[in-house]
Write a protein that binds this ligand. Structure first.
Ligand SMILES: *Cc1c(COP(=O)(O)O)cnc(C)c1O
Length: 375
């Protein structure tokens, strides 16, 4: 069986170095807010090209704390509208509602699965105060256009970069386009810790300072609490492990891109719609970190079963859109047809830096021998 994502194999590549890093922390006797977190924050900010990076407990907190900080700084207030793609992972929306802000769901572009500038523009009104741009599946959203829109309407932009470490457009990486960006280092993400971890990147020193305080009980200074904060910090041990994995991230992303290009060129089944064209090349896919390789087909469940029978494990990202979740029952009667089609048709093929060329070929062949259904 070709597994969808073999985390054990991924981390086993760096086993000795990871053990050394963990040992360094264990032996230091210092487990929170020490030299490893500080070093990782500097290294990750430098890698993204931003001035600041603040380590937090997970990706959801990275988004939630950024919005909360903007409220503390008087840049947002309860009830303000935040534009967000309707087909995102639920965490983007939870960050908004947790802050008592109002998510305004916007249909995505049906080929990129990301926000499109035109539909975003039509959703803007006098209550709109921010755009949460999600780089879904690893492909960067159209940030130059989104930033221009935000500038015109005086909106804050928060990037959800949880799936897009290293995706770039116009030479600038995800995490360095918006006013701030949330990253997740959940084990299955492109830069994955061995537990929960996350970070915010920003070029705004005041925001950085506020997020740092909010994640530490609202305290800038020990035992003095400026805000009603929370406990959301990155551990020393996870930071030490992330530093090891950051070192290899560019090479891993390169491998993901090579696999994506092999799929794009090798899969010829007319019922399978691919995320990139056959003529794509390494230069043209720098906007995509290929966290996921998501294809689309009208006969998704049959394709998934066919691949499973052939020994290829696939996943669905995601089976139920946020507006049809019970958690948001007020929206269950709303209709977002593009989003609903996407959720019924998408299938994620295995893609990971440890896949061999033989496994990639096997996935391609198994896709190509999926019988085109009679209609
Ligand atoms: C994973 C993910 C998050 C949340 O990150 P956690 O670390 O799991 O909290 C947020 N947004 C998107 C798009 C994600 O994929």
């Amino acid at each position: 069986m070709i597994s969808f994502l073999d985390l054990k194999l991924i981390n086993n590549q760096y086993r000795d170095t990871l053990i050394e890093a963990a040992t360094r922390v264990i032996d230091s006797g210092w487990y929170m807010q020490g030299t490893e977190v500080h070093a990782f924050e500097e290294e990750f900010a430098a890698w993204c090209g931003t001035e600041h990076c603040i380590g937090v407990a997970n990706g959801l907190d990275a988004l939630t704390l950024t919005l909360k900080a903007w409220k503390e700084l008087g840049r947002l207030k309860e009830g303000d509208e935040v534009i967000v793609p309707a087909n995102t992972y639920i965490a983007s929306i939870l960050a908004i509602t947790e802050n008592r802000l109002k998510p305004v769901l916007v249909e995505p572009d049906e080929t990129t699965y990301n926000l499109c500038p035109e539909k975003t523009a039509t959703a803007i009104n006098s209550n709109t105060k921010a755009i949460l741009a999600v780089h879904l599946y690893g492909q960067i959203a159209p940030m130059p256009d989104i930033m221009a829109l935000a500038k015109t309407h005086n909106l804050l932009v928060l990037e959800d970069s949880a799936q897009a470490h290293g995706a770039a457009t116009k030479g600038k990486k995800a995490g360095n386009w918006g006013d701030a960006s949330g990253f997740s280092f959940y084990p299955g993400k492109n830069l994955g810790a061995l537990g929960d971890a996350g970070a915010v990147t920003t070029n705004d020193p005041e925001l950085a300072k506020t997020i740092r305080a909010l994640g530490n009980y609202g305290s800038h200074k020990k035992y003095e609490n400026l805000y009603q904060g929370v406990n959301s910090r990155l551990d020393e041990i996870q930071a030490a492990l992330l530093r090891v994995k950051l070192y290899y991230l560019d090479a891993e992303t390169q491998r993901r891109r090579e696999i994506a290009l092999a799929y794009a060129q090798g899969i010829e089944n007319p019922v399978i719609i691919q995320p990139i064209g056959r003529d794509a090349n390494l230069a043209s896919v720098q906007n995509h970190a290929f966290h996921l390789y998501v294809v689309r087909t009208g006969t998704r469940d049959a394709l998934q079963q066919h691949l499973l029978n052939a020994g290829v494990q696939t996943m669905i990202h995601y089976p139920i859109p946020p507006h049809l979740q019970q958690a948001y029952s007020d929206w269950n009667t709303h209709s977002y047809p593009v989003t609903e089609d996407i959720h019924q048709q998408v299938l994620s093929l295995p893609i990971s830096p440890v896949m061999t060329d033989e496994q990639v070929q096997k996935v391609i062949e198994s896709c190509n021998d999926f019988p085109v259904p009679n209609r």
